[in-house]
Design a protein around this ligand. Structure first.
Ligand code: NZQ
Ligand code: ZN
Length: 385
């Protein structure tokens, strides 16, 4: 295991019927901007409950943050924050709204060149200040509610950013707020959370027993309770476990002291940018082919994954690994996720354009060992056709 620092200051308020506690967590004298997406939070009454909990505070609203939030949209919110002297941001939604709010928190404290916040890769953005923010999660998936990351669309490309200044002060995880999710969004969330764990777990052996066993526990929970949540809107206990798994998958804990991969995400982000396919679905297309292509590099951990996560004990090592990858792909398919590019009419010409875009973005040496080149990306995508 490698040396590490671990710090996560986000207060999690987990459970049903707790939204009134917002009143204790948002500063009493704050001028609050509530940010949300395309309207689900208005339609289903969440916004009214939030406004009631905020009581006498001055509250402004900014709606219309789209999925895969755009720089231009968020800059409108930055203008509003600045003209109205807002001093607290409240994100109500999924990853797009939470990420967008984090960007607004950073950009509102910066006078010019706001797009520069997006050009630092996974390194921390070089700024000293951000507005404080809190989150109310309506879609368990990204873990944005308890981490320092965001992903913003700028010039038709997706750019990640990272800053410890945007750890949410608090995040509400109320499973009731997710009951209105369309089934396909639940599926996207399960796939995204599953693959967040995989990106940090399925690398090289590091003798990091705690991280490995936490990861295996999260994967097993998603395998158990993801499909229940997908199929049954009444099982609130399964939904709670799914929700906490999604947050725990990317709140930093399982990723300390170990190598990270993130190739599936880098390829998937480009697919979302080019073809508009939802984030979780792009990952589920890439991952099975990537694991088959990288079996030699990941052999030891793939075997561990087969035995401990999928309980595969019969057969040779190669057979166990192949069965584990097949089971992973079938798991995504069981959630109504198609794992083939042809379903989206993506042919070899489109794959070449995608690879060209990844090259322009400098995404040429991926994986935990930095040796996943664009030639290998091409093989992976052709195998996923
Ligand atoms: O906009 P509204 O009307 O609210 O509808 C949303 C949206 O259309 C809908 N929705 C959310 N909660 C709902 C609901 N509909 C009914 N009932 C509810 N309770 O769901 C749709 C998708 O929402 P979105 O926020 O886009 O989905 P998700 O949470 O999957 O977030 C995806 C974004 O997060 C980024 C992705 O790149 C993408 O931009 N990621 C952020 C990460 C992070 N911050 O750590 C890591 C991830 O790997 C990911 O890259
Ligand atoms: Zn993701």
């Amino acid at each position: 295991m490698q040396n590490f620092d671990y710090y996560n200051p986000t207060q999690i308020v987990f459970g049903q019927e707790r939204l009134h506690e917002l009143n204790n967590l948002v500063p009493a004298d704050a001028k609050v901007l509530v940010l949300f997406g395309g309207g689900s939070v208005k339609r289903f009454g969440t916004l009214d409950k939030i406004k009631a909990s905020l009581g006498e505070r001055k509250v402004l609203e900014f709606g219309g943050i789209e999925a895969n939030p755009k720089f231009e949209t968020l800059m409108q919110a930055v203008d509003l924050v600045r003209t109205e002297n807002v001093d607290f941001l409240l994100a109500v939604g999924g990853g797009s709204v939470m990420d967008g709010t984090k960007f607004v928190a950073l950009a509102a404290k910066k006078d010019a060149e706001h797009e520069q916040l997006l050009f630092n890769g996974f390194g921390a953005v070089p700024v000293k200040e951000a507005l404080p923010l809190g989150c109310i999660v309506t879609l368990p998936a990204t873990g944005s509610e308890m981490n320092t990351f965001g992903v913003i669309t700028y010039n038709q490309q997706k750019y990640p950013f990272n800053s410890p200044l945007v750890y949410p002060k608090f995040s509400f995880l109320d499973p009731d707020l997710t009951l209105t999710l369309p089934k396909e969004q639940v599926a996207n969330g399960v796939a995204d959370a599953f693959i967040h764990v995989i990106e940090q777990y399925l690398t090289q052996p590091q003798n990091a027993k705690v991280q490995d066993r936490f990861s295996e526990g999260l994967l097993k929970t998603l395998i158990e309770d993801g499909p229940i949540t997908y199929n049954d809107n009444t099982n609130i206990e399964a939904r709670k476990n799914f929700m906490w798994s999604a947050t725990s998958a990317l709140n930093g804990l399982i990723g300390v002291g170990v190598m990270h991969d993130w190739s599936t995400h880098m390829i998937g982000h480009e697919m979302t940018a080019m073809f508009g396919i939802a984030h979780g679905r792009t990952l589920a297309i890439v991952l099975p082919s990537l694991l088959r292509e990288r079996t030699e590099q990941k052999r030891a951990k793939l075997l561990q994954f087969a035995e401990r996560v999928w309980d595969i004990v019969e057969g040779t090592d190669d057979e166990k690994i192949a069965a584990a990858i097949d089971k992973t792909e079938s798991f995504f398919n069981s959630l109504g996720i198609v794992t083939k590019l042809s379903h989206y009419n993506i042919d070899e010409t489109a794959i070449e354009t995608l690879i060209g875009n990844m090259e322009k973005m400098g995404l040429t040496n991926l994986s935990e060992t930095g040796d996943l080149t664009l030639d290998i990306v091409r093989k992976i995508l052709i195998a996923a056709k």
